[in-house]
Design a protein around this ligand. Sequence first.
Ligand code: CMP
Length: 134
Amino acid sequence: MDERTLVLVKPDGVQRGLVGEVIARIERKGLRLVSLELKAVDRGLAEQHYAEHEGKGFYEELLSFITSAPVAAMVVEGPRAVAAFRQIAGGTDPVEKAVPGSIRGDLALETGSNIVHGSDSPESAEREIKLWFG
Ligand code: CMP
């Protein structure tokens, strides 16, 4: 049974011209792109998207980063799409956690600007897809 996940190429990834690279890796894995939109993110959308991080030390930094420039938002589909995208993205910390061969392991250095976001569970995916794509 296919599953859907929300993927964001965050402002650092868009500005570095890595949208195509991220899409290529998603497609090579065998996942399918079902929606894609370049979006300017306002504070309200950012707060809802990152609601679970409210109160953490990096929360304000997170909001100001995600609202700083457009993001490429996409819905990605396939068998175990949530876990499959998290595997190709690599761990949140691009140096300590993401392995070489993953998007973050190959292309990023800092946790705050780690190129991509992927939903962390099928329940989060459902919430996030509604939030970003209505
Ligand atoms: P993301 O998958 O977009 O979800 C939450 C984000 O918070 C995460 O990717 C990181 O970019 C960011 N993040 C997590 N921990 C830290 C941290 N310690 N400092 C700065 N940013 C962080």
